[in-house]
Design a protein around this ligand. Sequence first.
Ligand SMILES: Nc1ncnc2c1ncn2[C@@H]1O[C@H](COP(=O)(O)O)[C@@H](OP(=O)(O)O)[C@H]1O
Ligand SMILES: [Mg+2]
Length: 324
Amino acid sequence: MSVLAIERAVAINAVLRASKVCQKVFQSLVTSDTVIKKDRSPVTVADFSAQAVVNTILYESFPNDPIVGEEESGSLRGDSGKELRDKVLSLTNTVLDTPLDDKELLAAIDRGSYPGGSHGRMWTIDPIDGTMGFLRGEQFCVGLALIIDGDVHISVLGCPNLPVDFKSPEIERGCLFVARNFSSTEETQIHMADISSSSAATFCESVVPTHSSHKEAAEIASLLGITKLPLRLDSMCKYAAVARGDANIYLRLPVRIDYEENIWDHAPGFLVVKEAGGIITDIHNKPLDFSLGRTLKANKGIVVTHSKIHGQVIDAVQKVVLKQ
Ligand SMILES: Nc1ncnc2c1ncn2[C@@H]1O[C@H](COP(=O)(O)O)[C@@H](OP(=O)(O)O)[C@H]1O
Ligand SMILES: [Mg+2]
């Protein structure tokens, strides 16, 4: 068996089951009027449940591996948390082989409290990345990565609502992206689209303008001679879109200069693009440093491209964002 083959299989199982939990809630949500009422509670239930599922499955196989997860169980505790806790517990137990009780559920969620760092193994989980996309009935994903001594070694992205083919989104939705150690014949190797000039590129960006500046991205696109409209997607589905050739560039341009990106928002997508041959840096052209805790403290923004155009894109980013 190849190195980390067990970790890879466990990560796939964990993300698939957590994705099922999210999909169940997502499907009930898009058929209800919750989105119109701006009620966030369904996404909250799915968020906690997905983290509980992933953390439980990781713990069964790797009890000593620490986890950096987005959620913590505070609001599920005590009498005030009972209603939410009951919902999360029953949803969680629909996909686990051995059901959890209340106490085990809270413990599973809080196994994600590891502070991160530069030594040894750790997993990082974003149970629902793209909360806003989930609530809008659009894109979201479950992201999981294994980081060893600061390097991302395995990543799995479960994208329950991503069209298998953007050209015919009505035919089939739901994609799982796995980076590292391809082995199964049921898997398809994805490739970035070949591109030699950035003017021919399609770029993607967040749907939410407070997460990434649309205005600066438009200026960068104009500087690069890009004429195609941006592909706006929530969540790490943007990394997947670049990795499989739906787009060629992903720009995440800081709106708030004090904002630090979370490692769980990028480590899973990072390796999917890297393994497909892409380059991922921040706006200063620095590599992402996953070894500094729960956030990417040493980085600002994200620039993802095909290796052939990274230099051109970084030049334009620096002119517009850093006024260099
Ligand atoms: N001011 C900000 N700048 C950049 N990212 C932000 C942000 N505020 C929140 N985010 C992150 O943006 C993620 C969604 O990214 P995107 O906009 O690309 O879909 C959120 O993940 P969650 O949805 O898991 O909370 C959240 O962690
Ligand atoms: Mg996120």
